[in-house]
Ligand binder design. Structure first.
Ligand SMILES: Cc1cc2nc3c(=O)[nH]c(=O)nc-3n(C[C@H](O)[C@H](O)[C@H](O)COP(=O)(O)OP(=O)(O)OC[C@H]3O[C@@H](n4cnc5c(N)ncnc54)[C@H](O)[C@@H]3O)c2cc1C
Length: 496
């Protein structure tokens, strides 16, 4: 029977980053992935020779000296990634009431660009970016050098994003425009925290990039790091049980047959699923499990991938958010079965290419739209599901046309995914895009510590703190700090 220092369940960004950090520190790690393809949401698959990204369209804070750049540099992967910096004059374009507003990169350009549409709002916009900077300053490279992964930001978790925007400006259009990319954090007026809004928007305003050739390059590079440090990374290895003996985790069962042992287990899987896999133990109380099980998750996403005919669609080096309602925040009542907003993102396989190869269109989708197919598995959902996806795609096209947005180019073929795809491939609860909701009204409730009551079972990944490339990286650090110590790890990464 194999024995490791640390088993990591799941090869999403969180699992691979923990594997890279801990293997570099001399731990003998083994990362287990249930799917054939590694990477979870950092996974790119191929259809008709085109690369389709599952869960990453752009990432932020990647300029030199910025926080994600420093993390990737520490992993030794930064120089290996093929990236394209999005348009500085407008990395995001928000269409609201059929007018276009650009988010420019850099704090001053951001303010200046929006001032063209809202000339009386300069001071308010400056206050807004100051607040974003304040949230961003919780996780700087300087903090790392001082031995701190993240300064305490609880006050921002207790602030409503929508409320902060309406305190910043009384102009209702500007409030909505500033919330225009809320799809990035599953934005809900009544729940979203200013921490999430601030952390994510700040990171893109600092330095927004798109992967050229798919986000999976991050996963593959991290796997190289783990393997070159002597670690093991296995695919087609679903953990079917986390074994507990005498109130200690002793190992895991893989694919219902093989057992491997370890001193520690780190789960990159949704906490609800993690505890479903864990043997019953006195250490993990029912009250804790009930709390985890009762936590709400963000809505999911329907994605239509348009495979474009060669050289027919001009590449746009930005993301476009279209809003068809006055209120840009997601509201289940109004959105169920409807298309009210979408994000359009283009991929080109090469740097500086003129044409897009794939256009991804994302729109929020709640699992309730898919109850009819709840008990089905991929490839076996039947004709009605295919028709449902076709109707949703048609509604998406109708919506885009109604907004007066012209999608140029000729579509060769279309592939679609729904929250059920995410539920079945990444094991996220209800196909939620970003996992457990953090609600500003009760910020403590949605918080899950990396440590569990079982001393050698740790958690990591998007559900703990913040999702996305930056949030998950931060959480990987917090998880690994449980074994290595925060000061030691932070200083090491900060000075890398
Ligand atoms: C549609 C969409 C678009 C997004 N766009 C962006 C974006 O543009 N920018 C950004 O920063 N973020 C984006 N995100 C969010 C980002 O992709 C995620 O927050 C992040 O990748 C999650 O990483 P993770 O490691 O926590 O989990 P995951 O990527 O979900 O990884 C979990 C892994 O565990 C594996 N697993 C599950 N159960 C088992 C088991 N029993 N045994 C073994 N393995 C198991 C899964 O197969 C998976 O590989 C997007 C997300 C979605 C859904």
């Amino acid at each position: 029977m194999s024995k490791y220092d640390i088993i990591i369940i799941g090869s999403g960004l969180g699992g691979l980053e923990c594997g890279a950090i801990l293997s570099k520190e001399g731990y003998n790690v083994c990362v287990l992935e249930k799917n054939g393809l590694f990477g979870g949401c950092f996974q790119t698959y191929t259809r008709k020779g085109r690369l389709l990204d599952t869960g990453i369209h752009y990432i932020g804070s990647l300029d030199e000296g910025q926080i994600l750049h420093q993390y990737f540099r520490n992993f030794g992967i930064m120089d290996k990634l093929k990236l394209c910096r999005l348009d500085a004059e407008g990395f995001d374009r928000i269409y609201y009431k059929q007018k276009a507003y650009d988010y420019a990169m850099g704090y001053e350009p951001f303010v200046e660009t929006l001032c063209r549409s809202f000339p009386k709002e300069r001071e308010n916009l400056q206050r807004y970016v100051s607040l974003l900077k304040e949230v961003g300053s919780l996780i700087t490279v300087d903090n790392l050098k001082q031995g701190i992964i993240s300064k305490e930001g609880m006050k921002f978790f207790g602030m409503s994003a929508a409320q902060v925007l309406s305190d910043i400006t009384s102009n209702p259009d500007l409030q909505e425009v500033l919330a225009g990319s809320a799809l990035l954090y599953g934005g809900v007026r009544d729940a979203s925290t200013f921490y999430h809004h601030g952390m994510i928007n700040n990171s893109y305003i600092e330095g927004a990039y798109r992967f050229v050739g798919g986000s999976m390059q991050v996963s593959l590079e991290l796997i190289n790091v783990i393997r070159s440090n002597g670690g093991t990374v296995r695919n087609n290895s679903e953990v079917t049980r986390i074994i507990v003996e005498n109130e200690q985790v002793t190992g895991v069962e893989i694919n219902h047959e093989e057992i491997i042992e370890a001193d520690y287990v780190i789960s990159n899987v949704h906490p609800k699923r993690t505890f479903e896999l864990t043997d019953k133990t006195r250490s993990i109380r029912n009250a804790y499990l009930s709390r985890i099980n009762s936590l709400e998750n963000t809505y999911g996403v329907f994605t239509a991938y348009l495979l474009m005919k060669k050289d027919s669609c001009l590449y746009q080096n930005r993301n476009t958010y279209l809003h068809g309602t006055q209120d840009v925040w997601y509201d289940k009542q109004n959105h169920l079965g409807q298309v009210n907003s979408c994000l359009i993102s283009m991929q080109s396989p090469e740097m500086n290419r003129r044409f897009a190869e794939v256009v991804s269109i994302l729109t929020p989708m709640h699992i309730d739209e898919l109850r009819e197919w709840e008990h089905t598995t991929p490839e076996n959902r039947g004709e009605a599901y295919r028709q449902f996806k076709k109707a949703k795609t048609d509604a998406l096209f109708d919506f885009i046309e109604k907004q007066g947005f012209a999608l140029d180019g000729e579509v060769e073929s279309i592939y679609t995914t729904t929250p059920l795809s995410y539920r079945d491939y990444t094991a996220t609860v209800n196909g939620s895009a970003y996992g457990i909701i953090k609600n500003y009204k009760c910020p403590q409730v949605g918080f899950i510590s990396a440590k569990t009551k079982l001393k050698n079972l740790l958690l990591t990944g998007q559900n703990l703190n913040v999702h996305g490339a930056l949030g998950v990286t931060l959480t990987s650090m917090i998880t690994c700090a449980c074994l290595l110590g925060e000061e030691y790890l932070a200083k090491k990464v900060g000075n890398a």
